[in-house]
Design a protein around this ligand. Structure first.
Ligand code: GDP
Ligand code: K
Ligand code: MG
Length: 295
């Protein structure tokens, strides 16, 4: 019998450095939504990978997390709780930075310095950089954090991912699996349906509107050949509802079509999608409303 290794790998870092892109590459599935906007990821999302090497079987449980920010809303406090929980649970921390990152991350560094688990510091987006700049970043991070390992990668172009994977597996403790071997994630299908809609909203609207939206799946009924999904999109103000709808509802229709197509790919089945837009004043500021939305 081979030995079994298993552990939690927490992916943390500032907004937009490529955490979700990296998570999806490591898991081999698009579990986490990706946009060029900061604060797209609001929850801790686990992605589970099972595999084997010559010497042992393994289960890697990755957590993608929201980008580290200074909280402005009650929602942000809940998001940062996911990040702190992740750092505390991680057997290995992947601290993701990119070649643009400004050196103003005191708060994060303090938290990481106290962390007992090994930290792999990742410099992402090297496809947009030069070896000289990458070396500068490596020197900087050695000086301020001195992590167990520094790797430079391009999550988008899959450069350096295999090397990273090898290092992660090496650092995993001997432990039985935490999740059944057929499970891909800790989140239910409804969660992904809502996230897919949220991503399409982020991609189709500018400025504040996507940030004011929350998506709730009110029905998810799967039969042999189709999944019927009903969703409610909450905004904070009637004006945002009008923007979301667009003239004669044309703009939200685009969101619906894009989301339905992606759901069909994700679930491998035809999807019928319903969308309702509702106003829930100041939901981002109110604890009881956030709880209802799962924060
Ligand atoms: P997160 O906020 O840290 O989760 O970052 P995302 O994964 O959402 O990515 C933010 C933006 O950076 C998206 O537009 C990605 O396509 C882009 N991105 C991520 N990784 C890379 C990379 O290696 N190279 C380049 N050029 N862009 C990347
Ligand atoms: K992002
Ligand atoms: Mg993200």
């Amino acid at each position: 019998m081979k030995e079994h290794k298993a552990g939690f790998i927490s992916i943390v870092g500032k907004p937009n450095v490529g955490k979700s892109t990296l998570m999806n590459q490591l898991v081999g599935e698009k579990l986490s939504i990706i946009t060029s906007k900061a604060q797209t990821t609001r929850h801790r999302i686990m992605g589970i990978v099972n595999g084997e090497t010559e010497d042992f079987d393994f289960q890697l449980v990755y957590s993608d997390t929201p980008g580290i920010i200074k909280p402005l809303y009650e929602l942000h406090n809940a998001m940062m709780e996911f990040v702190h929980g992740s750092i505390e649970d991680g057997d290995v921390i992947l601290f993701v930075t990119d070649i643009y990152e400004k050196y103003d991350e005191e708060d994060v560094i303090q938290k990481l310095q106290k962390c007992q688990s090994p930290i792999i510091l990742i410099i992402n987006k090297i496809d947009l950089s030069t070896p000289e700049i990458v070396q500068e970043k490596i020197d900087h991070w050695k000086a301020v954090l001195n992590p167990s390992l520094i790797l430079s990668i391009s999550a988008l172009q899959k450069v350096g991912i295999d090397g990273l994977l090898e290092n992660i597996i090496n650092l995993m403790p001997v432990h039985p699996p935490y999740f059944p071997k057929e499970e891909l994630t800790d989140k239910p299908e409804r969660f992904f349906a809502a996230e897919i809609i949220r991503e399409k909203i982020f991609l189709n609207y500018k400025k504040e509107v996507p940030y004011s939206c929350e998506v709730v799946i009110t029905a998810f009924k799967e039969s042999d050949d189709i999944i019927k999904v009903s969703s409610e999109i909450y905004v904070e103000r009637a004006t945002q509802r009008a923007i979301l709808l667009g003239h004669k509802g044309e703009r939200i229709k685009v969101v619906g079509t894009e989301a339905r197509k992606e759901m069909e790919q994700f679930f491998g089945k035809k999807v019928f999608l319903e969308q309702y837009i509702k106003v829930e004043p100041d939901w981002r500021q109110q604890k009881n409303k956030l709880e209802r939305f799962g924060y």
